[in-house]
Design a protein around this ligand. Sequence first.
Ligand code: NAI
Length: 463
Amino acid sequence: MRKQYDVAVIGGGPAGYVAAIKAAQLGGRAAVFEKSVLGGTCLNRGCIPTKCYLKTAELMEEIAGCAQRGIVLDAHPSVDLPKAVAHKNSVVKKLTDGVAGLLRSHKIDVYYGEAALATETTLTCGGETYGFDSVLLCGGSKPGVIPIPGAESKNVLDSDALLDLEALPRRLAIIGGGVIGCEMAAAFHGFGSQVTVIEAMDRLVPPMDEEISAQLKKSLEKKGIRVLTSQKVSAIQDQGTGSTVLCQDGTRVEADKILICVGRAADLDCLGALKDRIRLERGKVSVDEQMRTSIPNIYAPGDINGKHMLAHAAFKMGEAAACAAMGRPEACDLRYVPSCIYTSPEAAGVGLSEKAAREQYGRESILVGRYFFQSNGRALASGRGEGFVKVVVEKRYQELLGVHILGGDAAEMIAEAAALLHAEVPADEIADMIHAHPTYSEAFMEACAAALGRCIHLPAGQP
Ligand code: NAI
């Protein structure tokens, strides 16, 4: 045995590196085993790279709209994709180096290589065996696949490959109108591709509030992105250098590249020799509130358990698993995990959708308040009058149940909503809280007041 640890962590993504730091903070001897680069999907192939591209796309849109502000541009702007890739890679490197530095500062050993469980108390990596008291399986997730003819075409990419394309596809078809589909559509449309999104369900991002889905579709279409909903893809056929995506109703979408983003699957490789002994549920590792698997000293926080495939949820789950592994269990409250889509405008939500609230509390027990950015001074001055804040409130106690935002800074604004939901602050108190003027955040306060029929900045009689 090469070394023995209190806590061994397989996977250095958001769940894994945070868990290792937490274990070290609690006095544990910890190690991280990483088969690629620290930072996981979030830093290397997900949240951060896409945000680089989306900012570039947003800048292109703002440049296109700057003439009405009196800004005169002489040249027609375009995106140099290899430079955009290099910029994205430099941002990613800064952050992944930061993670490595954090781990070093906590004296956490990092091993690069593919690790897998050998027994309940040992793992192997690079031909060596390491021992542990507890192990955290933080293997994350990988892009899901759809079993259709032609899915193996050379023109079909997953989101990892799309992020490293150095030549812009003239026509991009995106199968799956979820979070990744919408963000990639916005980014590549901004770069200059003709984009079509094909979604099987009757709306984009089905888990979000229905009004957000509807408004997001309108917003993408207004930019020039083609959005097809209720469309099941039956096959992909290659034609010369391009391909055709065939839908079950006969619709054909011609494309040079096709992105498939229909959800992500848990990456179970790290289960190794214990893969038949650790309980799974629909292909994901089954865990309790402390992230403990069916084997008590083995934990599985993050995407691998499929509870919330989001980096910020993985941070929390990683901490919870480390605390439990170190014998200091803490509550892991995942009720108010915000979800954000970084399109322009952004979409974000936390808590119950209107539909879920009406189902849970009864149709008549719910109040809904909306405030549109069209009436918000900061939004108008910034050229971001699109969208709204919608709050879902329980009638009797004015309990805030959910907040849904489509608008310029939705992903930042949702933090206040999540904090107040967490603190169980009722809507009437939020309506009374002073918000700085002019800010986008005022729209949240106004929406709470609107739900209670006392919004100052809405015409009388308007709900
Ligand atoms: P997703 O679950 O968000 O969306 C997949 C979409 O594909 C769904 O709308 C589904 O109805 C549709 N779909 C499934 N099969 C289909 C088919 N055969 N034809 C057409 N449509 C089909 O998954 P996505 O977008 O791949 O994202 C994966 C994960 O990564 C998600 O859990 C997401 O939350 C996370 N993520 C989060 C980001 C963020 O927070 N901004 C950014 C990127 C990813």
